[in-house]
Design a protein around this ligand. Sequence first.
Ligand code: NAP
Length: 314
Amino acid sequence: MRQVPLGASEVGAIGLGCVGMSAEYDPSQQDDTRSLTVLRRAVELGVTLFDTADVYGPFVNEELVGRALGPHRAEVVIATKAGLVHDPDQGREVPNGRPDHLRAACEGSLRRLGVEVIDLYQLHRVDPAVPVEESWGAMAELVARGWVRHLGLCEVEIATLERAHAIHPVTSVQSELSLWTRGPLDEVVPWCERHHATFLPYAPLGRGYLTGTITHARFEQRDIRAGNPRFTDAAIAANRPLVDEIRAVASEVDATPAQVALAWLLGRSPRLVAIPGTKRRRYLEENVAAADLRLAPEHQRRLDALPPPVGERY
Ligand SMILES: NC(=O)c1ccc[n+]([C@@H]2O[C@H](COP(=O)([O-])OP(=O)(O)OC[C@H]3O[C@@H](n4cnc5c(N)ncnc54)[C@H](OP(=O)(O)O)[C@@H]3O)[C@@H](O)[C@H]2O)c1
């Protein structure tokens, strides 16, 4: 697989997002035994970057990832996150970027992952109640203690990146980026290129929509898409022309829509590592194969020209 720099290491251009194994997508289909097989198959296929977070589950996704990757520790790069916590009263995740919380969260992640050091530790959201200097400074201390190798941020703008980078190098930025969510291409991806940081697009398959497999809005209650404006029946129907064009390109290049969506992304920047999420071996193998798919300029142009989607991303 093509390699992309990430801090002092290199990782394959297609990583694996692990949230769906324990939360957010089709909860009734989650099965740890099957997920362990998927995680180990990913290692065999040359996937090196695995993305999780303490809030996925919460906690159980890190345990699963740690259990699967333990025997392969030297071959893989484990990325996790802190700074979002589940609030049972509000029934949703809320930011907590306080230094004491981040230190305790890191100890918990090390224990659940079963590792001595976390390769990439990401601030899941910047807490509006805590200056980023305080959260990032606490995370830099974790690097100094030897608990963490590199630091990343999620969903941030340039001004925040600059403030953090002035204190400790930003190794990665993780934000939503795909054929139907392109915001980071304007400034954040170029910033990463200029500062030798790696950009990790999350939801690179548009939470499954861009693969052409979602045709109606019948989601389980705890599926994250159940409350997402792009996943109402009306939005699913209105955005069908995007999928039709992706499918048309896919048939011309003898690939699947998921592979075209990932290949388009990888063509955007040499500093980009996509982390499609799946709990199924078939999807994993399909997604990994996209690393070898190069789209011709004509196909890139047709995908570049897709209309913006109907519906906000959250
Ligand atoms: N930093 C953040 O705030 C943040 C937010 C969201 C996600 N993330 C990270 O980014 C990763 C990727 O994003 P995501 O998982 O939310 O969204 P995604 O990768 O865009 O989509 C995941 C969905 O697509 C389906 N899928 C995967 N491969 C497929 C294929 N080849 N054909 C058809 N369907 C396919 C999955 O199905 P199955 O589940 O049935 O396999 C799942 O329903 C996450 O796993 C997580 O690690 C980070």
